[in-house]
Design a protein around this ligand. Structure first.
Ligand code: HEM
Length: 168
């Protein structure tokens, strides 16, 4: 697939990642989760489609899921737009440095029945085939505090994920 040249600083993210994370917040019990995240380039377009889903590491029950787009915004800069089924929309501006992304929400919008979230900060760091991220949020009356920390491993593409060549 043709990858748009403006994505050159962000290609370290591409692929499917799986692993585990830990969740915290002053108002809830600690929890652990399984996660699968995928970052795929827009076909010839300057964006990366991001999607993730999670399950409780103990019960296997589905937890959070979210989807959005990362947009290159000039040298060393990127933007992130993200929606959650919990009624939360995040709009971030951020920086790209080597294989580290740092996003801080300029805007968080919530639907009338969603939990109150006013700020989100996301750090993503890739080292080879290991992706670590941290997410802090200001929510339900608390200032920015860590909600999530996770470690994901890049998955080897399966031959069944690729189109079959004409005489293959
Ligand atoms: C890996 C992704 C995530 C997982 C596994 C996860 C999981 C959880 C769990 C298990 C809870 C406690 C039970 C509940 O209220 O449902 C919770 C609460 C919450 N989460 Fe997350 N979450 C994730 C991402 C996010 C994100 C991205 C945001 C917002 C930017 C968010 C905002 C909240 C809020 C506001 C609460 C409620 C806190 C309270 O009511 O005191 N979560 N999350």
């Amino acid at each position: 697939m043709e990858i748009h040249p403006d994505l050159s600083e962000l290609t370290f993210l591409l692929g499917v990642w799986r692993g585990t994370g830990d969740g915290h917040y002053p108002t809830i019990d600690d929890f652990s989760y399984w996660e699968e995240a995928a970052f795929s380039p827009g076909p010839g377009k300057p964006f990366i489609h991001y999607t993730q889903r999670t399950k409780d590491a103990v019960s296997g029950a589905p937890l959070h899921t979210e989807t959005g787009y990362i947009r290159p915004a000039g040298a060393g800069r990127a933007e992130l737009v993200l929606i959650q089924p919990t009624g939360i929309v995040e709009i971030h501006t951020g920086s790209v440095s080597d294989t580290h992304l740092h996003f801080r929400a300029g805007v968080v919008e919530t639907t009338p029945t969603a939990k109150d979230v006013t700020d989100v900060e996301r750090h993503i760091e890739v080292s080879g085939d290991l992706l670590r991220y941290r997410l802090a949020m200001a929510a339900v009356g608390h200032p920015l505090e860590t909600h999530l920390e996770a470690r994901l491993v890049r998955q080897i593409p399966s031959p069944w994920d690729r189109p079959t060549p004409p005489n293959g």
